[in-house]
Design a protein around this ligand. Structure first.
Ligand code: HGY
Ligand code: MN
Ligand code: MN
Length: 416
């Protein structure tokens, strides 16, 4: 009797270790910035591995890569899995890649099982899940959801002033084909993404699988504080308009709002600060910094943003500085599909796998896929919850267990 085989830990380990070689910071973690050489080489490596695994391979005008195994009704809406291979700076080797490599292995298991399935099943490498190069995450899945137009692509630029559109065109993509990137409800039957947890819940509880109920969504804000650049020694304290102190007050106000927010999932981070002119003996005239707010509760996030604006107004009035807030994105949290959640639960129970229903603090491409398809997410444990760090670690055997659950879920959905 035909049945699904078990995921190969060896395959998963080899692919992840080989993928990790495409890295621009071998001295400190893994860095693969969208469409830089290392990421382009990594894309070629994945495409080759997809082809070796019997998949047809294609890339759309936004750079999303698709590896497909055909079903008996290839025109039926397909079932999707996949994640990303681009990284934050000095990252670990599992964020995103576990879902791409695990997805490829799941499709191999399904194809080699000989079990029939109606729908095509596709494993996708979504373009630029991380905001590393263009300051905005999920570019490929955002474009699929129709929330990143050609005009938006012209507007978002990297640190060298190159727009996302220019970079795509330099790679031979035609932005006139962006219409084909977009998906509407019904175009995709279901999507299930495998990902590392990036937090410590599963590891602490010694549970093998996380099943996501909701993906917390980001609100990214660019803040620019303008004060008066003056001499650090000759300027009395009472006349200063110190942009750095004003920025610090806003940052600590933000932290207080997040610590006292209504929903536990509401968090806030300042990850990037630029001080001008940046001399030790000059009172900063300008400070630019990033704000990254997350929440699974949109109302709670809206409340926090309103209160933040009130703090900014107060700091402007008291310190005589001027603060510009640019809301880069204000995304909605995404709820996983209850039916897909129960399919994953059933797969866990049938294989005797412990599991835990949970919110994802990190965002993922599934957040945008949810705008046109029902989705589910499967988490595997992160050692000590470390992620976005060179020490990020997930056991290959844990990824294999997650892959087994993923393969079972994808097969079920593709047979409906
Ligand atoms: O930041 C995130 O949540 C994701 O890793 N891009
Ligand atoms: Mn990440
Ligand atoms: Mn990720």
């Amino acid at each position: 009797m035909k049945q699904l085989g078990k995921a190969s830990v060896e395959n998963i380990k080899n692919d992840l270790v080989n993928l990790a070689k495409y890295n621009s910071t071998p001295e400190n973690g893994i860095t693969r910035v969208l469409f830089y050489d290392e990421e382009l080489q990594a894309r070629d490596f994945i495409k080759a591995r997809m082809a070796e695994n019997g998949m047809t391979v294609r890339e759309d005008a936004a750079g999303n890569i698709f590896g497909t195994i055909e079903g008996s009704e290839p025109d039926a809406a397909p079932v999707w899995t996949g994640s990303h291979i681009d990284t934050v700076l000095n990252a670990g080797m599992f964020d995103g890649t576990a879902g791409v490599i695990g997805g490829m292995e799941a499709l191999r298991l399904i194809r080699e099982s000989g079990l029939s399935h109606k729908r095509n099943i596709e494993v996708i490498v979504y373009t630029s899940e991380e905001p590393t190069r263009f300051g905005l995450g999920c570019l490929g899945s955002r474009a699929m959801a129709g929330e990143l137009t050609a005009a938006d692509m012209e507007e978002i630029k990297d640190q060298d002033g190159l727009s996302f559109a220019e970079v795509l065109q330099n790679l031979g993509h035609d932005l006139n084909d962006l219409q084909a990137v977009k998906r509407k409800k019904g175009d995709v039957y279901a999507a299930v993404e495998l990902h590392i947890e990036q937090g410590a819940i599963l590891d602490t509880k010694n549970i093998g699988i996380g099943i996501i109920t909701t993906i917390s969504a980001p609100t990214d804000i660019k803040v620019s504080v303008s004060g008066t650049q003056e001499h650090a020694g000759a300027t009395p304290m009472e006349v200063r308009k110190d942009a750095m102190c004003a920025a610090a007050e806003i940052m600590l106000g933000l932290e207080g709002l997040a610590r006292n927010a209504g929903d536990y999932s509401t968090v806030a981070t300042v990850g990037k600060v630029e001080v001008f002119p940046g001399s030790t003996n000059v009172i900063p005239g300008r400070v630019d910094f990033s704000i990254d707010i997350r929440s699974a509760d949109m109302e709670d996030k809206n409340t926090l943003v309103q209160k933040l604006k009130a703090i900014v107004k107060c700091v402007e009035a008291v310190r005589g500085v001027c603060v510009d807030l640019e809301i880069v994105t204000h995304d909605e949290p995404a709820d996983a599909d209850p039916r897909i959640i129960s399919l994953i639960e059933t797969a866990c129970r049938q294989s005797g796998q412990s599991y835990h229903l949970m919110v994802s603090g990190a965002y993922h491409d599934s957040m945008f896929v949810s705008k046109f398809a029902p989705f589910g997410m499967i988490f595997v444990p992160s050692k000590n919850g470390i992620s976005h760090h060179a020490d990020e670690w997930t056991d290959f055997a844990d990824i294999a267990k997650g892959t087994d659950i993923l393969a079972e879920t994808l097969l079920q959905l593709s047979q409906e």
